[in-house]
Design a binder for this molecule. Structure first.
Ligand SMILES: [Zn+2]
Length: 212
């Protein structure tokens, strides 16, 4: 079973992906993780990726897809895999489809985490970080002292300012709408789940969708 996860920043996709993968007894692959692993292992594609990263460039899709193909061909991935952050654009969806086909596998499901932008803005802008111990907190105001008593002050990262979050969400929607359309046009099994609720509630919905 190969499942692609799609969801906006802050929807809890990463955590839910781990939980789904654990429940199904299959691995979760995130683009960043396989990229770092390939660089560390010093594979040909890993070294190519490192070259781009060292120059501060984005690693091109062909390199990422090559690394993804090597990862998907590993025996531990035979039973299935949850792909997190692997598909963000239509070319990436096309590339992944080609990789999956070449491996003689099928993409079983695209699981979409739905949550209103306003909720995400509330959720993400409620995060602060201690300027001394760097620990993240939620529900505490910027300027408050660090609850861990490190003497630090809680600050809000620029990324977590409401306007920055709205920007990230705009980019997400602009990229994701065509990806979903592409999947629908290509007959993929697209399932949407409500990502509002406790971690356990969302996990239960995700597992119900995957097992359906
Ligand atoms: Zn602190």
């Amino acid at each position: 079973m190969i499942v692609v996860l799609l969801g906006p920043p802050g929807a809890g996709k990463g955590t839910q992906g781990e939980r789904i993968a654990d429940a199904l007894g299959i691995p979760k692959i995130a683009t960043g993780d396989v990229l770092r692993a390939a660089v560390k292992a010093g594979t040909e594609l890993g070294l190519a990726a490192k070259g781009f990263m060292d120059r501060g460039d984005l690693v091109p899709d062909e390199v990422i897809l090559g690394i993804m193909r090597e990862a998907l061909a590993q025996p531990e991935q035979a039973k299935g895999v949850i792909l997190d952050g692997v598909v963000r654009t239509v070319p990436q969806a096309e590339g992944l489809a080609a990789v999956v086909r070449a491996l003689g596998r099928t993409l079983d499901m695209v699981l979409v985490f739905d949550i209103a932008d306003d909720l995400l803005v509330d959720r993400l802008s409620g995060r602060t970080t201690c300027d001394t111990c760097q620990k993240p907190f939620t529900g505490l105001r910027p300027g408050a002292p660090c609850p861990d008593g490190t003497g630090g002050t809680l600050v809000r990262r620029k990324d977590d300012e409401p306007e920055a979050i709205r920007n990230r969400l705009r980019v997400y929607h602009a990229q994701t709408a065509p990806v979903l359309q592409w999947y629908v046009e290509h007959g993929a099994n697209v399932q949407r789940i409500d990502a509002v609720g406790s971690f356990d509630e969302v996990t239960a919905r995700a597992l119900a969708a995957v097992r359906r």
